[in-house]
Design a protein around this ligand. Structure first.
Ligand code: MN
Length: 726
C-alpha cells in the first residue's frame, strides 16, 4: 500500500517540475487541512483517504495549473465528504479557492443517470455552464482520472457504471479542452472495464510484439534523426504504439482484425519552428513512401480544440505503415494539455478574468470554417451559455431550457400534461413561484394535481420557451372551446357588419351549408372555435365565403343598380355594371383599365376618391402593390351580379408568337369567325424573331373569353396568350 508520504513527495515533485512558482506554504497548509478533515476516512482499498486529494493535486500540478487550483484539488472533497464549510475554506485559503471547491462539489453532485446521447450532450454542456471557472472542470477531470486509475477496488457494477460515465462525459470533455494525454488514459482505462475481452486481446497482441515494436521504432527513429542531423534540423523524436482505445475503435469502425489494422505506430517529431515542421515533412516524404490521402495540415488549419501538427502516413522499407506527426514544442504542449497549457503561459503575464482567457481561443478559431469549431467555442465559453440554462428533474434528468425560463417552462418541457396540471413548483426543495427564474444546476420539481384548473392566460407572459407557449395555446384551443366559440362568433359577426352584411343572413341554412363548404368546417361552432383561439381570422373566413354571403344578403333589385351620369357612362365600359358592392346600395362602378375584368373573374373593389368603386381582377398586379395597410379599409368585397349581361365587357389579350407573314390576317379570321367586336389589334416585332400582338375586344363573360384564348392559341406560330395588364 502506498503511503501518504509517498504521494506527498510525488506531488511535490510534479509541482517542482511543472509549476515551480507555486506557493508551497499555502500548499502545505492545505495538505494539513485536508489530512485533518479526512483523518477518519479510508479509500476503498483501505488506504488513508487523503491520498486521493494528494494524487489529484499531483495531476493538476502536472497539467500546469496555478497554486489556487492545486489548493482546490487538495480540498476538493472537503465540502462534500467532511463537515467543512465554504466559509471555513474562505477563511483559511481565500474566496477564490473556496469557489473552486464549491464548483467541484456541484459537479460531483450531478447525477449521471442516462445513456441517451442528447442527455449526455446536455450533461457535458451543463458541466461547462456550471463551471464558471475553467479550473473547476480541470480539477474535476483530474479527480476522475485518479478515480479511474484506482477503479480496480470498486465493485464490478460500479466499475462499468463509472467507466461508461467517463467515456460519455469526461473523455469528450478532455478532448474538447484539447487534453489528449488525459483523454487517452481515460479511454484506455474505461475500455478495460467496458470491453474487457477486446481490451485484453489488444493488450496481449501488443505485449507479444513488444520487442519487435521496440526494434521497429528504434530503427525508424534513428533513420529520421540521422537524416535531420545531416541537414542541420534540431529535433526530438518519440515513437509509440497507438493507444488501445484508438486501435479498438479502428477495428470496430473498419470491421478489421488486429492484424489488418493499418497503422499501429505513430512517431512524433518535435522541432523549434514552424518552418522546420514543413522541412521535416519534406524529408520524411523523401525517406519513405507516402500513403496518398493521409496528409493533413493542422498547422495552417488547427483543429477546433486548438490542436496543431502536420500529419502524414508513410510506408517503411519492410512495408509497415506508420504515422508521423510533426509539430513545434509549443504545439506539443497544447496537444498534451490543451487549454491548460495555455493557462500556464497566461499565468506569467497579466492576470485576466475568464473572459480574457477565452478571447484567444476565439481568435484562434475565428478564421476556421469548421462547424465543430463553433460548437467548441459554444461549449467552452461560459458566457455563451447566456441563452441556455440546464436544470435537473428530481430524478437527475437534465433539462435544457432557454435562459430566463421559469417553472412553467420546465413543466411543459417535461410533458404537456405536467404543464397543464401544474399547481406549484419547488426549486432545490423550496416552494417557488411560477415566475422564478431557473439557474444552472437547480433541481426543479413540478407539483401537479389532476383537478387543477389548467394554465392561465398570464402564463403566456411568464413563460420563456416557445414549447410552453405553444402547448398553453393548444390547451386553450381544446379546453376552452365554449369560451372560444363565443369569442369567435362575436368577431365573425363583427366582421360581417364591417362589410355591411347583417349577421341575420346566417339564419339561412342553405347559406350556412355553402359557407361551411367554403371554409372547410363541419359546423359553424367549429369555425367560431377556430376563430376564437386564433387559428383563423374572422376576416379570412368572411372573405372565403364572400360571394355566397353577398348573394344571400342582398338579392339585386333593378332600382338598386347604381345610376351613372352620362359622362360616367362614357368612362365606364358598361352602363349596367353588373357588379354588386358589399354594403353599398348605390354607387358608381368603373372597371379598371389595367386588368379589364370580365364576368367570372375573381374581382375586388377599391373605393376611389370621388369616382365610386373601381373594380379590379383579384390577381391584378396593381391590386397587390396598392393593397397597403394604410388603405386596407378602402378595399371592399365585390361580386358579379350574375344577371343577364346585356352589354359586353372590353378586355385585352397579349399574344406572343413567331413573327411570320400573314399572322395578323390569321388572327383576324379567327376573331371574325367568333363574331367578336374587335376594338384594337396591333402587332409589333420583338426580339429573336418574335412578335407581340395586343388584342382589345368585347366579351360577355369569362367562358367566352376562354374560348377566344383557346382559338387564338391554336393559330399557327402563337406561343403564348395572356390576359393584358397595363
Ligand atoms: Mn474526489
Amino acid at each position: 500500500m502506498e503511503s501518504i508520504e509517498q504521494h506527498y513527495q510525488s506531488m511535490v515533485q510534479a509541482i517542482e517540475n511543472y509549476t515551480p512558482t507555486a506557493d508551497m506554504l499555502r500548499i502545505n497548509a492545505a495538505v494539513d487541512f485536508a489530512s485533518r478533515k479526512h483523518a477518519n476516512q479510508k479509500r476503498k482499498d483501505g488506504s488513508p483517504y487523503v491520498i486521493h486529494p494528494l494524487a489529484v493535486a499531483e495531476i493538476v500540478a502536472e497539467i500546469g495549473l496555478d497554486t489556487d487550483a492545486i489548493l482546490g484539488a487538495l480540498l476538493h472533497d472537503c465540502i462534500e465528504d467532511t463537515d467543512t464549510t465554504f466559509d471555513e475554506i474562505t477563511e483559511h485559503f481565500g474566496r477564490a479557492v473556496a469557489e473552486l471547491v464549491e464548483g467541484v462539489t456541484k459537479l460531483t453532485r450531478v447525477q449521471y443517470s442516462t445513456t441517451e446521447e442528447q442527455q449526455m450532450e446536455n450533461l457535458r454542456k451543463m458541466f461547462m455552464a456550471m463551471s464558471k471557472d475553467i479550473r473547476v472542470i480541470l480539477i474535476k477531470i483530474a479527480d476522475r482520472l485518479h478515480n479511474t486509475r484506482t477503479l480496480q477496488y470498486q465493485s464490478p457494477d460500479k466499475q462499468v457504471l463509472k467507466s461508461r460515465e467517463t467515456m460519455d462525459i469526461y473523455a469528450p470533455l478532455a478532448h474538447r479542452l484539447g487534453m489528449q494525454k488525459i483523454k487517452w488514459e481515460l479511454e484506455d482505462l474505461s475500455l478495460r472495464y467496458l470491453e474487457p475481452d477486446a481490451y485484453n486481446e489488444i493488450m496481449t497482441y501488443l505485449a507479444d510484439r513488444e520487442e519487435l515494436s521496440r526494434q521497429f521504432m528504434e530503427k525508424i527513429q534513428s533513420q529520421v534523426s540521422d537524416r535531420l542531423q545531416t541537414v542541420g534540423i534540431r529535433c526530438t523524436i518519440y515513437g509509440r504504439v497507438k493507444h488501445v482505445y484508438s486501435i479498438y475503435r479502428k477495428m470496430l469502425a473498419q470491421g478489421k482484425s488486429l492484424d489488418e489494422i493499418y497503422d499501429l505506430y505513430a512517431f512524433r517529431v518535435i522541432v523549434d519552428t514552424i518552418a522546420d515542421c514543413y522541412n521535416v515533412l519534406g524529408h520524411i516524404h523523401d525517406l519513405y513512401k507516402l500513403v496518398p490521402g493521409r496528409f493533413k495540415d493542422y498547422i495552417s488549419t488547427p483543429k477546433p480544440n486548438m490542436y496543431q501538427s502536420l500529419h502524414t502516413t508513410v510506408i517503411g522499407k519492410d512495408g509497415r505503415p506508420f504515422e508521423v506527426q510533426i509539430r513545434t514544442w509549443a504545439m506539443h504542449e497544447t496537444a498534451e494539455y490543451g487549454i491548460a497549457a495555455h493557462w500556464k503561459y497566461k499565468q506569467n503575464g497579466a492576470g485576466g478574468g475568464t473572459e480574457q482567457q477565452f478571447e484567444w481561443v476565439r481568435r484562434l478559431l475565428e478564421n476556421q470554417q469548421d462547424v465543430d469549431a463553433e460548437d467548441y467555442i459554444h461549449s467552452l465559453k461560459m458566457d455563451m451559455f447566456d441563452d441556455e440554462v440546464f436544470v435537473f428533474t428530481p430524478r437527475g434528468k437534465v433539462i435544457s431550457l432557454p435562459s430566463g425560463s421559469t417553472p412553467i417552462d420546465f413543466a411543459y418541457a417535461i410533458h404537456s400534461e405536467v404543464g397543464n396540471h401544474l399547481i406549484g413548483a419547488k426549486i432545490n426543495n423550496r416552494i417557488a413561484s411560477y415566475d422564478a427564474v431557473l439557474k444552472n444546476g437547480d433541481i426543479v420539481e413540478a407539483i401537479t394535481a389532476q383537478g387543477s384548473r389548467g394554465p392561465s392566460r398570464d402564463w403566456l407572459k411568464i413563460c420563456k420557451s416557445n414549447q410552453a407557449r405553444i402547448k398553453i395555446r393548444q390547451w386553450f384551443k381544446k379546453e376552452k372551446r365554449d369560451e372560444n366559440i363565443v369569442r369567435g362568433k362575436a368577431s365573425f359577426d363583427a366582421e360581417l357588419r364591417r362589410v355591411a352584411i347583417s349577421p341575420a343572413v346566417l339564419q339561412n341554412d342553405e347559406l350556412v351549408a355553402l359557407i361551411l363548404k367554403k371554409v372547410s368546417f363541419e359546423s359553424m361552432e367549429d369555425l367560431y372555435a377556430t376563430i376564437g383561439y386564433g387559428g383563423m381570422t374572422a376576416q379570412k373566413a368572411v372573405n372565403r365565403a364572400q360571394e355566397e354571403l353577398l348573394r344571400f344578403s342582398r338579392v339585386p333589385q333593378k332600382e338598386d343598380i347604381p345610376k351613372l351620369s352620362v359622362r360616367e357612362q362614357a368612362r365606364s365600359r358598361h352602363s349596367d355594371s353588373g357588379v354588386l358592392v358589399a354594403g353599398i346600395d348605390s354607387c358608381m362602378i368603373k372597371f379598371a383599365r389595367c386588368c379589364t375584368p370580365v364576368p367570372g373573374d375573381d374581382i375586388v373593389g377599391f373605393i376611389t376618391k370621388g369616382f365610386g368603386v373601381s373594380v379590379h381582377r383579384a390577381d391584378c398586379p396593381n391590386v397587390k402593390t396598392a393593397r397597403t395597410p394604410e388603405n386596407s379599409d378602402r378595399w371592399i368585397p365585390v361580386s358579379w351580379a350574375g344577371g343577364e349581361e346585356s352589354e359586353p365587357f372590353t378586355t385585352t389579350l397579349e399574344i406572343e408568337s413567331l413573327d411570320r407573314d400573314g399572322l395578323v390576317l390569321d388572327l383576324a379570321t379567327v376573331l371574325t369567325t367568333l363574331k367578336l367586336k374587335v376594338k384594337e389589334l396591333s402587332a409589333r416585332s420583338i426580339a429573336a424573331g418574335k412578335a407581340q400582338t395586343t388584342l382589345t375586344f368585347s366579351v360577355h363573360n369569362l367562358d367566352e373569353l376562354s374560348l377566344v384564348r383557346q382559338k387564338v392559341r391554336a393559330v399557327a406560330g402563337v406561343t403564348d396568350v395572356r390576359r393584358g395588364h397595363n
